[in-house]
Write a protein that binds this ligand. Structure first.
Ligand code: IVH
Length: 672
């Protein structure tokens, strides 16, 4: 069905409202009112309408959530209200002293608000008439950077407010990287052979400075808002924050004790003690609590020092540390040859778990710590998977202890390590001969998101490799029942399961086969895009650099990695072997009904007698044509039904694009 511009405008409005509402329900209130499928369908409809009528695509459309806007250089913005810092303390006595001072200055009738101190990146977001105007980082406190496109992708930040919001105001808060999303990102980076991020806060900060907002959208940042500026509120800060919740913001919830109001020092202390104990259960990092005087009138009376408000103070938690002994530094070799130094520690209890190992990340990090044999070290653990060593107790170091130097050759195969320019990690470049790299690649090959071979696990792969039965992933398919049952711990049933699992994996679709090859930087998503764009293995192996970087999500680094992978004879042999075995080597595509529309870019417009617009589009694809949303000089022709919009008609005439009627189109595909 085709729409006039007026109809489209109504629909765009309706869809935007609905999507904004559903987004808020889902991300802020944790309620899902529709299935993901329905949500995506509506989003797609809106995206399509915005392509068809670009003038209807607003700055704050829900389609901005998925990102795509590129910021070349972030504009500098002077803060309307300077972004100050908080005075802070680690001592409860100082909190008592602060509270006493407040009493002396403003009398006895005081309410305090206690909040969490989120360990993230400060942000100020301005709203005008209920719509998001811009988001600015703290910067130096006086001026920051406009990171609007990136902040718009954070689902808990409303683009359109509801309820009784003030006409203009700024809201301040903290952008955080929840542990779950952070650990997921690191897991993914590990799979792709990329260096791991060290902690959620720095990664949140780095993510906000990404030029490509779709990267930000993919990472799962979150935002808590804790201060409203530029509004005259009768009551206090607490009420203002709760009010902001009714306009659509994700605010700290009193129900979870993320925020509370009290009028006594004992109430403040209760809050501090509660969170000192419970903070490890939070799904994001906090580094303390913040106590604020609630009344805005009293806040004004108390005023500011040069750097911070007198009406607020932060109590910082001592990060929980454990002291233990460094037993040894070992080095892990990943499937890409990346070396990770690991500190093996005398087991110690920390934040409820036993810590035996800590990542040392890379040579620079190790040098910073200046580790010596049997050093007594301080270990810390946030909510991240990997604990870290934050310091050494030098006083306890034995006078003759030897310094631990970073290795120069691979611990597994002896090859000299290489550190590429601009990178922090070392690599063993003997990818064809270094055992953990070989088994690592095969383990990746059979993993769930790749070939998903049932009945086969890491240990069996290592066993098969040790026994000399496999040297690469393709060898797996040559294993025989006899070879398998002769292995230690392999029963007949397991051998059969394994062979069955391998047989079944031959049906795995092409994009996963491509991912399974373990090409550096080619993760699941990139593999999908490349497979879809180039369709089969041959085309990918022969693709030029320009062809590769023309693919969505493929940049210089990935393009080079793909080409280098297939330049290696051994890799080409493995691919040829896998092809002989019968793995899926091309994208499965629906059989075309004909190719009369091959190479044609077609715009569909108007209402049709014999089919719906979607049916028409499917017909175009089934005959080899490509559907495009808007008319340009590259458009081959337009299929016009009734009520084709006048602006489209004008544009088609201006560009001299041919217009086919429904009847003419039917004749064309029937080959007449
Ligand atoms: S209020 C005038 N409340 O801590 C100060 N700040 O050192 C207004 N922070 O830059 C800040 N949680 O990024 C406030 N509940 C909270 C906070 C919080 C984290 C950060 C904020 C600020 C820094 C102050």
């Amino acid at each position: 069905m085709t729409m006039t511009k007026q109809e489209a405008e109504i629909r765009v409005h309706k869809l935007s409202e609905l999507l904004n509402h559903l987004n808020h329900q889902y991300y802020v209130e944790n309620i899902s009112e529709v299935s993901d499928f329905e949500y995506d369908k509506m989003l797609k409809e809106l995206q399509d309408l915005e392509v068809m009528f670009p003038e209807l695509a607003s700055e704050n459309s829900p389609t901005k959530r998925v990102g795509g806007d590129i910021t070349k250089k972030f504009a500098t913005i002077v803060h309307e209200y300077p972004m100050l810092s908080l005075s802070n303390t680690y001592s409860q006595e100082e909190i008592i002293e602060w509270e006493n001072r407040i009493h002396k200055l403003v009398g006895n009738n005081i309410e305090y608000v206690c909040e969490l101190k989120y360990d993230g990146v400060a942000i100020g977001i301005r709203y005008d008439n209920g719509t998001f105007t811009r988001a600015v980082t703290r910067g130096d406190g006086t001026k920051g950077e406009d990171v609007s496109a990136n902040v718009k992708t954070i689902r808990t930040v409303p683009l359109q407010l509801h309820g009784n919001f003030p006409p203009t105001f700024e809201i301040r808060g903290e952008i955080i990287f929840p542990f779950e999303a952070f650990n997921k990102l690191n897991k993914q980076r590990e799979d792709e052979g990329e260096e791991l991020f060290a902690n959620p806060r720095n990664t949140a900060s780095g993510t906000l400075k990404q030029q490509d907002s779709s990267i930000v959208a993919s990472r799962g940042l979150d935002c808590f808002l804790y201060g409203v500026y530029g509004v005259d509120f009768e009551e206090g800060h607490y009420e203002a924050v709760l009010d902001a919740g009714t306009w659509g913001f994700k605010i700290p919830t009193p129900q979870k004790n993320y925020i509370t109001k009290t009028n006594s020092i004992s109430g403040i202390m209760d809050f501090i003690h509660y969170w000192d104990e419970k903070r490890h259960d939070l799904p994001f990092a906090v580094d303390g609590v913040v106590i604020k005087v609630n009344s805005f009138a009293q806040q004004e009376e108390l005023g500011y020092t040069a750097k911070s408000p007198r009406w607020a103070i932060a109590f910082k938690f001592e990060t929980e540390q454990a002291i233990t002994t460094l037993e040894e530094v070992t080095y892990q070799v990943g499937r890409t040859g990346a070396i990770t130094p690991v500190a093996n520690l005398t087991p110690v209890s920390l934040g409820g778990t036993i810590v035996k190992r800590a990542s040392l990340y890379n040579e620079d990090q190790m040098n910073k710590l200046d580790l010596h044999e049997k050093d007594v070290v301080f270990v810390e653990k946030g909510g991240e998977i990997i604990p870290k060593i934050v310091g050494v107790d030098i006083k306890q170091r034995k006078p003759n202890a030897q310094r631990i130097n970073y290795i120069t050759s691979c611990p597994e195969c002896g090859t000299a390590l290489k550190r590429f320019e601009g990178e922090a990690i070392h690599y063993c470049t003997n990818d064809l001969g270094c055992p953990p790299q070989i088994t690592g690649r095969i383990i990746h090959f059979i993993s769930r998101k790749a070939m998903d071979v049932e009945g086969l696990g890491e240990e069996t792969i290592e066993q098969l490799f040790r026994e000399g039965l496999i040297h690469n992933s393709a060898d797996l398919y040559e294993l025989t029942f006899d070879q398998l049952v002769n292995l230690e711990r392999m029963a007949e049933k397991s051998a059969n399961n394994l062979l069955e699992g391998l047989e079944k994996s031959k049906q795995v679709p092409f994009e996963r086969v491509l991912f399974a090859l373990g090409i550096r930087y080619v993760g699941e998503t990139v593999a999908k895009k490349v497979a879809k764009a180039l369709k089969n293995m041959d085309a990918i192996m022969q693709a030029s650099y320009d062809q590769l970087i023309g693919i969505d999500e493929v940049g210089e680094k990935i393009a080079i990695a793909i080409q280098q992978h297939f330049e290696q004879a051994e890799n080409r042999e493995i691919v040829a072997h896998l092809q002989r075995i019968g793995l899926t080597f091309e994208i499965e595509e629906k059989q075309l009904e004909s190719n009369v529309l091959e190479g044609k870019s077609i715009v569909v417009s108007g209402v049709f007698q014999s089919f719906s617009r979607d049916e028409l589009k499917a017909i175009i694809e089934a005959h080899g044509g490509k559907n495009v949303g808007s008319i340009s000089a590259k458009t081959s022709f337009i299929v016009a039904g009734e009520n084709m919009g006048p602006s489209k008609l004008q544009k088609a005439q201006d560009l001299g694009v041919q217009i086919l009627s429904e009847e003419e189109f039917k004749q064309l595909i029937e080959g007449k």
